[in-house]
Every structure is written in C-alpha cells, then in structure tokens.
Design a protein around this ligand. Structure first.
Ligand code: ADP
Ligand code: MG
Length: 321
C-alpha cells in the first residue's frame, strides 16, 4: 500500500515554518517586509500583496505624481470643495488631530513653502516663494465632516503627507499580514517600522543610528509588538554657508527645524509614530519631551543638537549617565 503510506506520512509531517522576506525601493525609500510563515507559496503571495499595497498608497498620496489623489486635491481645493476618498479623509483627520495636539508643530501645509526646496539640487525657496509662509496653517484646510469634502482657505496652501503617509502604509500592510493569520512579522518603509509579535521567542533589535555617523548606533532597543519611527536631519539635506537645510520644517517659519538631530518614537501604530517623530523633531528637546509624556502609550528618544540623548519618562530605564 505505498500510496496510503505516503498520504499518512504527509499528514503526520509538521508544518515547516521559516522567515520569508522581501525588500524593494518604493515611496522614495527602502521598503522591507519579513513574515514567519509555514509555506513558501503562501508567504510569497503575502509579500507580493504587501509590496503592492505600499505601491498603491504611494500612487494615491505622492505629491510628485500628477495623477495621485493628493495632487488633484492640491490643484483644485483652493478653488472649490473636493470630495475625497475615505482613506484620504482619515489621513487628513489624523494629521489635523496631531496639529491640534502640537499647536501646529505638525502641519501638512508646511509644504506651501516646503515645496520650493529641492534637497538634491541644493535649492532653497526664493524671497518671493518664502512669502507663502502665510499659506501655512492647518486651519487653512477646511474639512467638511458631513460630506467628506475638503477645501483650502488660502490660494497658496499646498499639502504634503510626507510626515504621515509612510506610517500609514506600514499600518495598512501590517493589517494585511495580521489578517492573513501571521503572528510574527516586521514591516518597514524607511524610518517607519512596525513589529508584529516577536522574533519567535526573542525580541527584535532596532538600532537608532548616530545622526552624524551612518555606521554607528547610539542605542539598540529590544522590541516586540510596537511601531517605531525615526525622523532625522540627515535623511534629505544640503549645506550652504555652514547651515544645514533639511526636510523637517518649522511651520511657523518655513525654515528647517533646529531643535534636534534625530527623534525616535515608539507607540501602538505607525501612522501615529510617524507623525509624532516629525512633530517632536520640530518641538525640540524640552517641549518635545513634555509633549510625548502627555500622550498615553507614546515614548520618545531625542538626540539633541549636541548629540546628547534624552528619553521620555517611560524609557528612563535606558538613561545611561
Ligand atoms: P522621512 O522618513 O521621510 O525622513 P519624517 O517622518 O522624518 O520622514 O518626516 C519628514 C517629512 O515630513 C518631510 O519630508 C516632509 O514631507 C514632512 N514634513 C516636514 N516638516 C513637517 C511638519 N512640520 N509637519 C508635517 N510634515 C512635515
Ligand atoms: Mg515622521
């Protein structure tokens, strides 16, 4: 009975799970996904769906694509009400909430001036372009909750979701992975990551790099079931006359924020940690720590302009000196 014997053997064989990973360049950054899965075809299909979801979010919310939903909003909302998708509505609401909490340190309309920087080309806004600082202000984005419509109240207002969209993409992919029944995974898009479960009995180790030395770590955190986002002044920048012009702007001035070199935030979801790392970077050490300590479930590590580390109360165990 060789056939029957074979069938019994297959049933008795334990599922052989292992890590499956993929890494691709999406959203202008490195996206990587790892899942602990018990079959290769299933794992590969899940990794493909994850990457496709990242691409979908990029296509919808990239300000660099003419045909994105965000670009359409930016073209039309100063002229008329624009109906938006539930997903964009949700993102605009989350951004609005963080703006209110932070008294405008986080503000997606920073781009009214921010759009005129080109970090690769070393270009700053001209004096004329800098006058659009008046168009910065989250209150210039009117949200009609009843009809999910949006309009801009200033003709030069321009929105960029770069401070929150990657976190959102990471959360969307994490949801797909969890709904597929996977209990151990990690998802990251540039500086925004989410860890689902642990590394099979061990924590994941996430390093916080030295903002002035790509090869060096200032801290290594053992983590599980958490979202982690880092914002740094080394990601996109150029220098001129000894001044560093980088991609995190203080909405009150339209100039690069100078109260920190790097900020890492831990919390339950990447959409939130992404927005908060940018926020706390703008707030700087003192206001940033006070702010983070007020939000339940949120912790932060700030590397100040001199390179010194500062921790929120929940991480005081990590304090070294
Ligand atoms: P990244 O992973 O791209 O470095 P960060 O979380 O550090 O992302 O956020 C930086 C991005 O956030 C910028 O590239 C810009 O798109 C956006 N941004 C910059 N300043 C602000 C601000 N004050 N409020 C909201 N978004 C901002
Ligand atoms: Mg961020």
């Amino acid at each position: 009975m060789p056939l029957l014997f074979l069938a019994l053997l297959l049933v008795a064989m334990p599922a052989f799970a292992e890590w499956y990973s993929d890494e691709q360049a999406i959203m202008g950054t490195r996206v990587s996904v790892s899942v602990w899965h018990d079959d290769q075809a299933g794992a590969e299909a899940l990794l493909n769906r994850s990457m496709a979801e990242m691409r979908r979010v990029d296509a919808a919310f990239s300000p660099y694509r003419e045909d994105s939903e965000l670009s359409r909003l930016n073209r039309e909302a100063a002229v008329r009400w624009v109906n938006v998708s539930d997903e964009l509505w949700e993102l605009l609401q989350r951004a609005r909430q963080v703006s209110e909490w932070s008294d405008g340190a986080f503000d997606i309309t920073f781009a009214s001036v921010g759009r005129f920087y080109d970090y690769r080309e070393g270009r700053q806004p001209t004096a004329d372009e800098r006058e659009a600082v008046e168009a910065i202000g989250y209150r210039h984005v009117e949200l009609d909750a009843e009809r999910h419509r949006v309009r801009y109240l200033h003709p030069q207002t321009y929105v960029d979701l770069g401070g929150i969209a990657k976190g959102h993409a990471v959360d969307r992919v994490s949801r797909i992975i969890m709904e597929a029944g996977v209990h151990n995974a990690s998802v990251s898009a540039g500086g925004d990551s989410r860890i689902i479960g642990d590394r099979r009995g061990k924590p994941w180790h996430i390093g916080i790099r030295d903002p002035r030395d790509e090869q060096a770590m200032v801290a290594i955190l053992p983590l599980m079931d958490v979202a982690v986002s880092t914002s740094g002044d080394y990601e996109r920048y150029f220098e001129e006359g000894g001044v560093r012009f980088h991609h995190i702007l203080d909405p009150s001035t339209g100039a690069s924020a100078d109260g920190a070199m790097g900020v890492t935030v831990l919390g339950p979801e990447a959409t939130l940690t992404d927005a908060l790392s940018t926020t706390i970077f703008v707030l700087g050490v003192e206001r940033g720590l006070a702010f983070a300590n007020r939000i339940p479930g949120i912790d932060a590590i700030i590397v100040d302009p001199a390179g010194k580390l500062h921790f929120t109360d929940g991480l005081s165990d990590l304090q070294s000196d």
